[in-house]
Ligand binder design. Sequence first.
Ligand code: PGA
Length: 255
Amino acid sequence: MKTIIANWKMNVGVRESVALARATLLTLRGRKQVPELVICPPFVALCEVHKVVARSGVSLGAQDVFWKDSGAFTGEISGRMLAEFGTTHVLIGHSERRAHLGETDAMVNLKVLYALEVGLIPVVCVGETRAQKEAGDAHKVVRDQLVCACASVRLRSRDRLYVAYEPIWAIGAGEACTLGDALEMHTMIRSVLSKLCSADQLKVLYGGSVDGENAHGFLREREVDGVLVGGASVKINQFKGVVEAACEVVVAQAS
Ligand code: PGA
């Protein structure tokens, strides 16, 4: 099953989120075979978007989580709070949080451990900068991020782990990674995590300037379990193209 995750970032308020969630559901209307679709609105819109997607088969994700259930942590949101809104997935370690909010590998690890403990599916975001890529360090950087993010992680049989490979230079850039480079990275990610989880517990997604035009090229590859979409997920015509591409692949795989 292919997965599409829509990361709305801080781009839509509550009212816009509700409208966008409704429009997103319409992209699936009339289709029998559909991908797993996860919408990640801003925290303040989770409650209202939950009402829209409830009973639709579309899942709800959060863009971040704190690593404790409750306490004196001003401004933070716990996984148990997220679960109250039916949240099932959570982005962890997005490069924008690492770059602008001081999120470290150690914090990412605490969040991954906690998300698993409370039954959320962690979507661990990893990726290299352009300078690291040009220096030939991309694989080492991503491997190190993964090893730190997953330190002490023990998956139970019901647990799932998603990894989104998002080269930082491709995010919001209008220029996606080449398919060849993405596939090599996905293979490396699987091999690093092979001791930690079985193949059916792990999904490896690509993110970074995915849109209606290039989504099919990524999604038709066996190595690519799905895509994480930022900018194009808040432009419904673009996102419709991504959903259509995923549906095509899902139908082709089933036949
Ligand atoms: P983008 O963002 O699709 O706008 O490149 C992806 C992401 O940041 O998750």
